[in-house]
Ligand binder design. Structure first.
Ligand code: RIB
Ligand code: CA
Length: 316
């Protein structure tokens, strides 16, 4: 049973990831913390509360975190692939939450959940890493209570928000460097290189709609996101980046990983926010490079797509 905390910026693919974790018998979802990202913090927080309400998990505490990056302002983008409300403009299909966030904020909730845990906890950051950087800086004594971080982010080749950078890392490169390079918490990085290969098609989306009440509601959140990815992929479909990371967080070993020391480009050039994975550093570890991170490089893609649907199917 994976004791799990999700740090998230819902977000359509976040929504699918949160539902899978909330419904999974294989995970003990201890809490959800929110961060700015796909949309502003108020909307990501509202979306997280509503998604847990949809899944009948109002027992899972939610706390709001950073509404901006650690150091530099969040670069403006024309629009989000997730729509103005973060859920393709259809957040209204989700139930109103019957409760509010817990007081104290995301970092305090992360710390108290780690403090109280009788065994180490997996944290799955699937948005910008600002909350996690703050947690590690303010509560270093709690690091032994973190089993591992399973981070959706980065790209070894290419990017999505720019030629070289992936959105979560680009949104707060300084925080990402703090977490992925300057610290020593065990980390699995799930990059675009793999999540794009796990893209789902129209048939998968139809199966999602047929999974029952929750699948139908999640399907209703996808139109804007599918429109974005159909243009980006060149074929009808969408990329469920965060759900790929969550499946690994719940079931370690679902993804095949390769150990690679990483660095993050924090300068203001065209590669700002890029993840630099240099395999040569394995021979020169310690020259300012991070300790190796485990980068997810492969999986049984058909099996993963089926796992995602199984995780959302209504249980009789
Ligand atoms: O680049 C993909 C990541 O950015 C995903 O987490 C998606 O939700 C967006 O936040
Ligand atoms: Ca996300």
């Amino acid at each position: 049973m994976a004791r799990l905390i999700i740090d998230t910026d819902p977000g359509v693919d976040d929504a699918i990831a949160i539902a899978i974790a909330a419904l999974s018998p294989g995970s003990d979802l201890l809490g959800v913390t929110t961060v700015f990202g796909n949309v502003g913090l108020a909307k990501t927080t509202r979306n997280a509360l509503r998604l847990l309400e949809l899944c009948g998990r109002a027992d899972v505490p939610v706390a709001a975190g950073a509404d901006r990056p650690l150091v530099h302002p969040h670069a403006r983008r024309d629009s989000s692939a997730h729509g103005d409300d973060g859920l393709s403009g259809h957040a209204e299909v989700l139930p109103e939450p019957a409760r509010d966030v817990v007081a104290g904020g995301a970092v305090a909730l992360l710390a108290s959940l780690l403090e109280r845990a009788d065994q180490p906890v997996t944290i799955a950051p699937i948005g910008p890493l600002t909350n996690i950087a703050l947690l590690l800086a303010a509560y270093p004594h709690l690091k032994p209570k973190i089993e591992r971080l399973v981070v959706m982010g980065g790209a070894i080749e290419g990017g999505n928000v720019s030629a070289r950078a992936e959105f979560n890392i680009w949104s707060d490169p300084e925080a990402a460097r703090r977490v992925l390079v300057a610290d020593d918490v065990p980390c699995v990085l799930v990059p675009l290189d793999l999540t794009h290969r796990c893209a789902v098609d129209r048939a998968w989306l139809e199966d999602l709609a047929g999974c029952g009440r929750i699948g139908e509601a999640l399907h209703a959140l996808t139109p804007e996101y599918v429109r974005h990815y159909t243009a980006a992929l060149g074929v009808p479909g969408m990329v469920v980046h965060d759900a790929v990371a969550i499946v690994e967080a719940i079931t370690p070993g679902t993804l095949t990983t390769e150990s690679m020391p990483l660095d993050i480009e924090c300068s203001f050039g065209p590669s700002r926010g890029a993840v630099i994975a240099d395999r040569r550093r394995l021979a020169r570890a310690g020259d300012g490079a991070s300790g190796p991170a485990d980068v997810a490089v492969d999986t049984d893609i058909d099996q993963l797509r089926a796992l995602l649907l199984d995780g959302l199917r209504e249980r009789k």
